[in-house]
Design a protein around this ligand. Structure first.
Ligand code: K7E
Ligand code: CUA
Length: 765
């Protein structure tokens, strides 16, 4: 402690009042030297200059990538490709306390399937909420392919708020995609299964197994999906795949493609050809079109059937009401991407080297004229492929997904087998450029590339294999996201980013300045329900309440202590600890973990989070702060003592700690006075400048003022004890007074540095 004291004081004096060092010394190496030494070409250096974001500067776009088998969401900046956050969605994640505090456990519990906790998700497609087809940066939705679920992430704090389980599907894939005003989020089934939770032999596949699309109603004001206002449309047992919503002229419709329209059921163990053979026999599969707006009206009119408590429009109703149509599409298709103007739908067949561009206008004309090529086995009218097509372009082997440029008619398609990105003109139907990637691209993403206003500039290729791109780290390789410059006529590869967290499928990128995430919560906030926490604690109101064998602890935390610091309970008690972080300062997150338990909280400023534990093992369990929050972070600790049943107080005497005398008090008092002198000078330095013009400094000054308030209070306590000649307590409180001074000084110095670096001006007093 004393060592820190000296160091800090020295820092105060030297940094605070020494000459500010304006680094003007030339680096010994020139750019040429470095290029030579590191073997960099001109092109490498240009790429570096295009992607490098200097310290303190920020990225122009934020990308949200699915986290694949991690069940999470990955956030990174473009063009720097710096990873900023893994947002916990379907899987417990200790850093964020997700699945380790009671509040987030309640969110994960919403995602139980058949009453079982599911602690894994396979996230594929994130979608940012839209207003008039433009990304608005408010919410993000993401699906879980394995357990058909959808999650809502609030982009005001990047936290998962809700998980809904699809009531009729057993797996899904074609979600999440949103309507142009985010009234609905779509989820399309993947592997057909019976809607009811029951056994049905595969011999009844055609009759009893079904596909579907679900339209989840989103209440933007509440920021939550409303399951009771959501509905589905029954579809044939084709494996539905990707989906997209119409916009502009095609608004009101949704489009979903499918594979295995052969309805093959496999059975390799019975000597039958495997799924992959039986599911790719026909030359074409089916593209489904659903008039979702009319479907919503049919539900309102009572034309849906309740299945598992959920409204489903059955196929016969859908056919009769004219809201469901099919069109052949290239076999084993994958992507389904509506053009920014909503006039065209692009589909690629993985086993075909073409992309097919469908014309919404032509499709509607065929429907209007009842000009159908036939019906499928379920009576759904089929539109003629040729008559529906705008054009067809040979783009390469294994085309998957398509994204759009800010330039009209320009699209980019991922070419899996050829490991390429093809840039092409979908109006004229011609290829413009090709670029090799490394290796086996899945999705690709342009900036806001599936909205009505694509931003161009960059493309990220989400590659399935990295192979030789990075330092080897064992047989399991990271994924490779490659950044590509698309601002010119020719695509230029800029950067390889390893992603070591599951296999991302789709990603979306938004202009960073559209996001306005909060810095702190309102004090005592339950971030998962977005309401004041029922068990928040105000400063001074910390307490421990007991009701039978249920113990409730109302705890607060602020640099660098918990209140209370000692919790004594009895073996067999159920203990719930509600911790409120009283901090208002930016980035002052505290953690809270208890030895021998899974309790682990992340307490951002203002948040209240809770841990419930069963005190079934008697003993001593230290708890501590898991975030390095201040110079005395290690001292941010406490004890949970669990007294065994029938514990008898022993007569063995013990002692605790050091006893302080008057000399100790005098010494501490003197230190505090000189520290105060230093603080006064820093305060003088700041207030002599136009610090109020700098928002971050104003926040720092508020924080420092708060710390100085605490210092004044503890000083009074110290002096009170000194007056009573209780030198021991007087010394301890004087020590605490000094702690607050040090925190204030630390913050003051941060403010001073900021002012120095941002050209603050001296103002006359
Ligand atoms: Cu192509 Cu799930 Cu969209 Cu994987 S998906 S790549
Ligand atoms: Cu609070 Cu470390």
């Amino acid at each position: 402690m004393k060592r820190i004291s000296k160091k800090l004081l020295m820092a105060l004096v030297t940094v605070g009042f020494g000459l500010s060092a304006t680094g003007s010394a030339w680096s010994a190496e020139s750019l040429d030297d470095v290029m030579k030494r590191r073997g960099l070409s001109q092109k490498d250096v240009l790429s570096a200059a295009k992607t490098y974001v200097p310290t303190g500067k920020r990225d122009e776009f934020l990308a949200f990538s699915s986290g694949g088998q991690s069940g999470q969401l990955i956030v990174y900046g473009v063009p720097s490709m710096r990873i900023l956050k893994y947002v916990a969605v379907f899987t417990p994640e200790p850093w964020q306390g997700y699945g380790f505090d009671d509040e987030s456990k309640a969110v994960l519990a919403q995602g139980r399937v058949n009453g079982k906790d599911i602690l894994f998700g396979d996230t594929h497609h994130p979608a940012i909420s839209e207003t008039n087809g433009v990304y608005d940066g408010q919410y993000l939705f993401i699906n879980d392919k394995n357990n058909p679920r959808l999650a809502v992430v609030d982009l005001s704090d990047f936290e998962t708020k809700q998980i809904v389980v699809n009531p009729i599907m057993k797996s899904e894939h074609g979600g999440a995609f949103v309507t142009p005003n985010t009234e609905y989020v779509i989820e399309a089934a993947q592997y057909p299964a019976p809607f009811a939770n029951e056994y049905v032999p595969l011999s009844q596949f055609n009759e009893k197994y079904r596909g579907a699309v679900t339209y989840w109603k989103f209440d933007r004001k509440e920021g939550r999906i409303v399951p009771s206002e959501s509905f589905s449309v029954e579809l044939p047992p084709y494996s539905q795949d990707l989906s997209d919503f119409g916009k502009g002229p095609s608004d009101g419709w949704s489009f979903t493609n499918s594979f295995c329209s052969e309805r093959y059921v496999g059975g390799i163990e019975k000597g039958r050809p495997p799924f992959e053979a039986g599911c790719s026999q026909k030359d074409t599969d089916f593209f489904h079109m659903v008039n979702w707006r009319k479907a919503a009206e049919l539900v309102k009119a009572g034309k849906a059937k309740k299945i598992n408590g959920h409204d489903v429009i059955m196929m016969d109703t859908a056919v009769k009401e004219g809201i469901l149509f099919l069109i052949p599409e290239p076999k084993s298709p994958h992507g389904m991407d509506v053009s920014p103007d909503g006039k065209l739908m692009i589909v690629s067949g993985k086993l075909d080297s073409h992309t097919y561009v469908y014309s919404f206008e032509k499709m509607m004309a065929l429907i209007k004229a009842k000009d159908f090529a036939g019906k499928d086995p379920y009576g759904i009218p089929i539109l003629d492929l040729k008559k529906s097509l705008h054009t067809q372009v040979q783009v390469g082997l294994g085309p998957l997904h398509t994204q759009y440029d800010s330039k009209p008619c320009v699209a980019y398609t991922s070419i899996y087998v050829d490991s390429q990105v093809t840039k092409w003109d979908y109006c004229e139907g011609k290829v413009l450029d090709k670029l090799s990637i490394h290796y086996n691209i899945g999705h690709l993403m342009t900036m806001e590339g599936d909205s009505v206003t694509p931003q161009g500039k960059y493309l990220v290729s989400l590659n399935k294999l990295a192979i030789d791109r990075f330092n080897p780290v064992g047989p399991l390789h990271p994924q490779n996201h490659q950044l590509i410059d698309i601002s010119g006529d020719k695509m230029e590869l800029l950067y390889d980013m390893p992603l070591p967290l599951g296999e991302p499928h789709y990603a979306v990128a938004i202009k960073a300045d559209k996001l306005k995430p909060k810095i702190r919560y309102k004090s005592g906030w339950n971030s998962r329900t977005d309401k004041r926490h029922k068990f928040r604690t105000r400063p001074g109101k910390e307490r421990i309440e007991r009701d039978g064998n249920k113990v409730r602890v109302f705890m607060t935390t602020i640099r660098s202590h918990f209140t209370p610091e000692i919790i004594e309970v009895n073996e067999g008690d159920e203990v719930t600890i509600h911790v409120t972080n009283l901090e208002r300062a930016e980035d002052e997150t505290h953690g809270f973990a208890i030895s021998g338990t899974n309790a682990n909280l992340s307490l951002e400023p203002g948040k209240t989070a809770s841990a419930t534990i069963k005190a079934d093992t008697p003993g001593v369990f230290p708890y501590y702060c898991t975030e390095f929050c201040s110079a005395l972070h290690l001292e941010m600790q406490g004890y949970l003592l669990v007294q065994p049943k029938g514990y008898q107080k022993t007569s063995v005497k013990g002692t605790e700690g050091t006893i302080y005398k008057k000399a100790d008090y005098d010494k501490q008092f003197k230190t505090n006075l000189s520290t105060q002198g230093v603080i006064d000078t820093v305060v003088g330095y700041i207030t002599a400048r136009n610090y109020q013009d700098f928002k971050p400094v104003v926040a720092l000054v508020e924080d420092a003022t708060e710390q100085l308030g605490f210092a004044a209070n503890t000083r009074k306590k110290a002096e009170g004890f000194a007056a009573k000649k209780d030198w021991h307590n007087a010394t301890l409180w004087a020590g605490q007074w000094w702690q607050y001074q040090v925190k204030a000084a630390d913050i003051g110095l941060r403010a001073k540095t900021y002012l120095d670096q941002h050209g603050a001006k001296v103002i006359k007093k």
